[in-house]
Design a protein around this ligand. Structure first.
Ligand SMILES: Cc1cc2nc3c(=O)[nH]c(=O)nc-3n(C[C@H](O)[C@H](O)[C@H](O)COP(=O)(O)OP(=O)(O)OC[C@H]3O[C@@H](n4cnc5c(N)ncnc54)[C@H](O)[C@@H]3O)c2cc1C
Length: 385
């Protein structure tokens, strides 16, 4: 059982401790860690389950629309992701994508947009996706080529997006496209595109190391009502960055959940594995490894809940969220690798808990800004000061 002392840190309030306890109990009863054979069906089922149980209310903003609060409670978001990740990577993914996919609507949607989409997202009745990346524009978002041209009361969208989580199962996508008000990042707008929009297609499904729905999307003269634009024309980059600013800290929290699970598994194994007349845990080499794992997790958790708390105080967290994501994802990778090593051959057997974690953690160091991008963000914020 994980050490839960961190729940008593001053960053958290009594309601957060209660939330974690209730979710942990619920997840123990309702979700399992196995990688699903039919990942689309499993993901749909998890979204419905998380919605019915009320957890998705924390992924959106606006009590009027079924949200848990009027502003997203970052600490609640982080605790939910950490707890779900500890139980099952796909459950964390299903929760996180409802938030990331609808985040731009929570933050920038018109009343009509919010009323149309957010209640269904919160109930788990509509699946959301966030479509920013393109084959030639990943880390370098401003290089995006997908374009939207205004034509009367609508925009006509042409181009492609790739690596889109929930691609293929989402009911709607928040899509970023070049609208040309200015060069580079200042000429982008954000739109809500319904899955059935004519001219919109799932061009390719992509299989990744830890299975979850992922796709490349194409837009061929796809017409979208102008009322589906989120925020001002040309402000799409700001919309994307503001959304990522909320959810980046929660990626750190998911990494923490994976790392805590790996440490639990490693501790239990080290205590009972007999070798050379004692247990694996009796060796000082093992103890040093366990100490390093636990210390890394606490350091990452401090940065994560500091960033979440700071955001909940209404402060800017660009640097703090980047520090949290960088540290938590890199630390989790090391912790999980150490756990695999302690399990010996068992650690690399398909679907062993630590083998699953080894696959789950890898892409967190790449998406929502690779570790190198986080380093640049931190340095940029320092040099600006
Ligand atoms: C599993 C998964 C799910 C994803 N889900 C989504 C999604 O839902 N929506 C979405 O829009 N996108 C999504 N992405 C895309 C993700 O955000 C991009 O993969 C990421 O931004 C990196 O872009 P890229 O793959 O084009 O790599 P590149 O931009 O080509 O970068 C390759 C590598 O170069 C290095 N690098 C980058 N910048 C620098 C630099 N300045 N200096 C030195 N090194 C650098 C980093 O190590 C980086 O990993 C997902 C990706 C994955 C793997």
């Amino acid at each position: 059982m994980s050490d839960k002392n961190y729940l008593n840190w001053p960053f958290l309030e009594p309601r957060h401790r209660l939330l974690e306890q209730e979710l942990d109990n619920w997840a123990t009863q309702h979700i399992a860690q196995e990688h699903a054979h039919d990942v689309d069906a499993a993901c749909r089922a998890l979204v419905a389950q998380l919605g019915q149980a009320g957890w998705l209310a924390h992924a959106i903003a606006g009590t009027r629309h079924g949200g848990g609060a009027d502003v997203i409670d970052t600490r609640a978001l982080c605790l939910i992701r950490e707890t779900l990740a500890r139980h099952a990577g796909l459950a964390d993914f299903a929760f996180a994508m409802q938030g990331l996919g609808s985040g731009a609507i929570s933050l920038f949607g018109s009343d009509a947009n919010r009323e149309t989409y957010l209640p269904r997202v919160a109930r788990g009745e509509a699946i959301a996706a966030f479509a920013l990346s393109e084959p030639q524009a990943g880390s370098d978002v401003a290089a995006m080529q997908c374009a939207a041209v205004q034509d009367g009361d609508s925009y006509v969208l042409n181009g492609e997006k790739t690596w889109i989580s929930n691609g293929g199962i989402a009911d709607f996508y928040v899509v970023f496209a070049r609208t040309g008000e200015a060069p580079g990042a200042r000429g982008i707008s954000a739109f809500i595109v319904e899955a059935g929009a004519p001219g919109f297609e799932i061009a390719e499904r992509i299989n990744v190391i830890a299975p979850h729905p992922l796709a490349r999307l194409t837009f061929n003269n796809c017409r979208i009502p102008a009322a589906q634009r989120l925020g001002e024309a040309g402000q799409g980059f700001k919309v994307a960055m503001a959304t990522l600013d909320v959810f980046r800290t929660s990626v750190a929290a998911a990494a923490l959940g994976f790392a805590r699970r790996a440490l639990d598994e490693a501790l239990a194994h080290a205590r009972q594995r007999k070798m050379f007349g004692q247990t694996l845990a009796d060796f000082q080499l093992t103890q040093a490894k366990l100490a390093q794992m636990a210390t890394g997790i606490d350091a990452a958790a401090l940065l994560t809940y500091r960033a979440a708390w700071q955001r909940d105080q209404g402060q800017n967290v660009t640097k703090e969220a980047a520090m949290a994501k960088l540290t938590a994802t890199e630390t989790a990778q090391q912790v999980i690798d150490a756990a695999v090593q302690m399990f010996g051959g068992l650690g690399v057997v398909s679907e062993h808990p630590v083998e699953r974690l080894y696959r789950e953690i890898r892409s967190l160091r790449i998406y929502e800004g690779a570790s190198e991008v986080q380093q640049l963000i931190i340095a940029r914020e320092m040099l600006r000061a």
